[in-house]
Design a protein around this ligand. Structure first.
Ligand code: HEM
Ligand SMILES: *[C@@H]1O[C@H](CO)[C@@H](O)[C@H](O)[C@H]1NC(C)=O
Ligand SMILES: *[C@@H]1O[C@H](CO)[C@@H](O)[C@H](O)[C@H]1NC(C)=O
Ligand SMILES: *[C@@H]1O[C@H](CO)[C@@H](O)[C@H](O)[C@H]1NC(C)=O
Ligand SMILES: *[C@@H]1O[C@H](CO)[C@@H](O)[C@H](O)[C@H]1NC(C)=O
Ligand SMILES: *[C@@H]1O[C@H](CO)[C@@H](O)[C@H](O)[C@H]1NC(C)=O
Length: 544
C-alpha cells in the first residue's frame, strides 16, 4: 500500500541490476535490453529479433512508447503517484471534512480499486515461467512474479548493463546494511507494530526450502489465519480442543497461553536440545523464535476462545465444528480490520481515514482471488525495525536472551510485553545501515535468493508501478555520501548518457555532496557521449 520507495531493501536488491555497461556480442537476446515500455511484453522472434506485445497497454509502436489517443488524454489529466501521495498526506482540513462524510467511502473505494489494478489477476509469471502458462496459473507452490525473471541467456547478470561480477552478499551486508548506530523510524513506529508485521505476514510468506528459490509453503496465498490455525488440516485438529470450537491452551498463573509441544505434538522449529517443557505449540512452526510472535499468538488464541464463548452463548445448539469455523471467519475479519484501519493507516501516513467494509466493493468489478508475489516477500524484509535490545519491565534484554526464549512470554505475561513493545521505538526501514548484527544474515540470504531468482533491476520495478526510474544513487541514499559512493563503486561501471539525463556534448558536471562534516566533490566524467562515471574526489569516501 505505501509507496514502494520506502523499502530500501527491495531498492538495494534490485539496484544491483540497474547499473550499466555495454556488452557487444553477436546475438544478444534483445529482451535483455528491456525494450518494451508501459507494461508491454517482450516476445522473441527468430534469433535476433523481438517484438513488444502492447495489447491493452494503451500504447503502440515498436517498444510500446506511442500513446493512443485516449491514453494521451488520460496521461494529461492523470496526477503523478507522487502528487497523489502528497495530496493524501497533506491538507488535513480537507480530509477532516472527507473523514466525516459519505465521500470517505468513495475515496476508500478509489484507493482499493486503484491499488488493485496495479496487480494482475489471474497471476502471470513465476520464477520458472517467464511467459504465461497453465502451470504458473495452476501450481500454487510458486510465488507469482510481477515481472518475469531476467532471461537466462543475457550477457550480464542484470541483462546488458552492470558489472559482470556482483559484490559478495556477506561483505555487502556488512558495509551497506549493518547498523552503526540505531536510527528510529521517522513515523514513530514501535515494536508492537513490528511484531504485528512479522506475525501477520508470516501467514503468507513461508519460503519453501526446496532445491530452488521461488516456492512457498503458504498455499492459501492471503489472509487465511494459517499462522493461527496451521497450514494443514491435521495441524489444525491437533491445535483444536474439539469442544465449543475452542483451541487448546494451558493456564499459567491463571492466564491463558498456547499449549506445550509435549501436550500438542505439532512440528515446531526450536534449536537442538531446547527443553521440551518450554516448547510452545502454535499455528506457525517458526514462531518460537521471537517472543513478540508468541505474544501475538497468545493474544489471538485468547481472542479465538473469547469469541467462541460469545457465539456459544448465542447459539447453544451449534456444535464444535460450526463454532470453530464461524469463529475463524470472525477472527479473519478482525485481522483484516486491524490491518487496514490501524496498520496500513499508520504505514501510509494518509489523512484519509481508511475503512474496512467489504460492501464498498459490492457494486464494482474486483478480483478477490489473490496470489502472493515473490517481490512482495522480498520488499517486506523489514529487519531494520528491530532494535539494539529489548526493554521490558525496566530490564534490558539482549538478543542472546530474547530469541528462542519462550519464558520471556510466560515470565512477563502478555500485558507487560504489550506495554513494553508499545513504548519502544522500531528502527527506520530505509536508508541503509540499520540492521542489527543479530539479524544481518537475513538480508544476505535475501540477496542470494534474489540473484538466484533473477529478479529484474530496481528501475524496471519503478517503471512497472508507474514511478519515475531513479537516475542516480543519490535518489536512494540521499545525503549519505558514503553509502552513495559504496553503491557506485560496487555496482556501476558505465552508463549511456541517455540514462543519466546527461546529453551528448555536455560538459562534466561538478556536484557537491554535503554530509555532516565534509563536502565531497563529485566529478561526472563524460566521454564519447557516454556517461562514464562519477568520480568522487575525496579518497576518504572509499574507506568504508
Ligand atoms: C528479532 C526478530 C527477527 C528475526 C530473528 C528474524 C529472522 C528471520 C529469519 C532467520 C528469516 C529466514 C531467512 C531465510 O531463510 O530466507 C526471516 C525471514 C523473514 N523475515 Fe524476519 N526476523 C525478525 C523480524 C522480522 C520482522 C519484524 C519482519 C517484518 C515484517 C520480518 C520479515 C521477514 C520476512 C517477510 C521473511 C521472509 C519469510 C519467508 O519467506 O519465509 N522479520 N527472518
Ligand atoms: C526500442 O528499444 C530498443 C532497446 O532499448 C532501442 O534500441 C530502439 O531504438 C527502440 N526503438 C524505438 C522505435 O523506440
Ligand atoms: C524483425 O521483426 C519486425 C516485425 O516485428 C520485422 O518488421 C523485421 O523485418 C524483422 N527483422 C528481421 C531481421 O527479421
Ligand atoms: C508444482 O511445481 C513443482 C515444481 O515443478 C512440482 O514439484 C510440484 O509437484 C507442482 N505441484 C503441483 C500441485 O502440480
Ligand atoms: C481523519 O482520519 C485521519 C486518519 O485516521 C486522522 O489523522 C485525521 O485526524 C482524521 N480527521 C478527522 C477530523 O476525523
Ligand atoms: C530467558 O528469559 C528469562 C526471562 O527474562 C531469563 O531469566 C533467562 O535468562 C532467559 N534465558 C536465556 C537462555 O537467556
Amino acid at each position: 500500500f505505501a509507496g514502494f520507495s520506502l523499502f530500501s531493501i527491495l531498492v538495494v536488491l534490485l539496484l544491483m541490476k540497474s547499473s550499466s555497461g555495454a556488452a557487444e556480442s553477436s546475438a544478444v537476446n534483445p529482451c535483455c535490453y528491456y525494450p518494451c515500455q508501459n507494461r508491454g511484453v517482450c516476445v522473441r522472434f527468430g534469433t535476433e529479433n523481438y517484438s513488444c506485445d502492447c495489447t491493452r497497454t494503451g500504447f503502440h509502436g515498436k517498444n510500446c512508447t506511442t500513446p493512443e489517443f485516449w491514453t494521451r488524454i488520460y496521461l494529461m489529466l492523470k496526477p503523478s503517484s507522487g502528487a497523489v501521495h502528497f495530496f493524501l498526506t497533506h491538507f488535513k482540513w480537507f480530509w477532516t471534512i472527507i473523514n466525516n462524510s459519505f465521500l470517505r467511502d468513495t475515496f476508500m473505494r478509489i484507493v482499493l480499486t486503484v491499488r488493485n489494478e496495479l496487480i494482475p489477476s489471474p497471476p502471470t509469471y513465476n520464477t520458472k515461467y517467464e511467459y504465461i502458462s497453465w502451470e504458473s496459473y495452476n501450481n500454487l507452490s510458486y510465488y507469482t512474479r510481477l515481472l518475469p525473471p531476467i532471461p537466462k541467456d543475457c550477457p550480464l547478470p542484470m541483462g546488458t548493463k552492470g558489472k559482470p561480477n556482483l559484490p559478495d552478499p556477506k561483505e555487502f551486508c556488512e558495509k551497506y546494511f549493518k547498523r552503526r548506530e540505531f536510527r528510529p523510524d521517522p513515523q514513530g513506529t514501535n515494536l508492537m507494530f513490528a511484531f504485528m508485521a512479522q506475525h501477520f505476514t508470516h501467514q503468507f510468506f513461508k519460503k519453501s526450502h526446496k532445491a530452488t528459490v521461488g516456492f512457498t509453503k503458504a498455499l492459501g496465498h492471503g489472509v487465511d489465519a494459517s499462522n493461527i490455525y496451521g497450514e494443514e488440516l491435521e495441524r489444525q485438529h491437533q491445535l483444536r480442543l474439539h469442544k465449543d470450537g475452542k483451541l487448546k491452551y494451558q493456564l499459567i498463573n491463571g492466564e491463558m497461553y498456547p499449549p506445550m509441544v509435549s501436550e500438542v505434538p505439532v512440528d515446531m522449529v526450536y534449536p537442538e536440545g531446547f527443553p521440551t517443557e518450554q516448547r510452545l505449540a502454535v499455528g506457525q512452526e517458526v514462531f518460537g523464535l521471537v517472543p513478540g510472535l508468541t505474544m501475538y499468538a497468545t493474544i489471538w488464541l485468547r481472542e479465538h476462545n473469547r469469541v467462541c464463548d460469545i457465539l456459544k452463548g448465542e447459539h447453544p445448539t451449534w456444535e464444535d465444528e460450526q463454532l470453530f469455523q464461524t469463529t475463524r471467519l470472525i477472527i479473519i475479519g478482525e485481522i483484516i480490520n486491524i490491518i487496514i484501519e490501524e496498520y496500513v493507516q499508520h504505514l501510509s501516513g494518509y489523512h484519509l481515514k481508511l475503512k474496512y467494509d467489504p460492501s464498498l466493493l459490492f457494486g464494482v468489478r474486483f478480483q478477490y482471488t489473490n496470489r502472493i508475489a515473490l517481490e512482495f516477500s522480498h520488499l517486506y524484509h523489514w529487519h531494520p525495525l528491530m532494535p539494539d535490545s529489548f526493554l521490558i519491565d525496566g530490564e534490558e534484554i539482549p538478543y542472546s536472551q530474547f530469541l528462542y526464549n519462550t519464558s520471556i512470554l510466560t515470565h512477563y505475561g502478555v500485558e507487560k510485553l504489550v506495554d513494553a513493545f508499545s513504548r519502544q521505538s522500531a528502527g527506520q526501514i530505509g536508508g541503509g545501515r540499520n540492521i542489527h548484527q543479530a539479524v544481518l544474515r537475513v538480508p544476505e540470504i535475501l540477496i542470494r535468493d534474489s540473484r538466484a531468482a533473477r529478479l529484474q533491476p530496481f528501475n524496471q520495478y519503478r517503471k512497472r508501478f508507474n514511478l519515475k526510474p531513479y537516475s542516480s544513487f543519490y535518489e536512494l541514499t540521499g545525503k549519505l555520501v558514503k553509502l552513495y559512493a559504496l553503491l557506485f563503486v560496487l555496482y556501476v561501471s558505465v552508463l549511456p548518457c541517455d540514462e543519466m539525463s546527461i546529453c551528448p556534448g555536455s560538459t562534466p558536471r561538478l556536484a557537491q555532496l554535503h554530509t555532516g562534516f565534509y563536502i565531497y566533490k563529485v566529478n561526472v566524467v563524460v566521454e564519447n557521449n557516454l556517461y562514464l562515471h562519477e568520480k568522487v574526489e575525496t579518497r576518504q569516501i572509499y574507506r568504508i
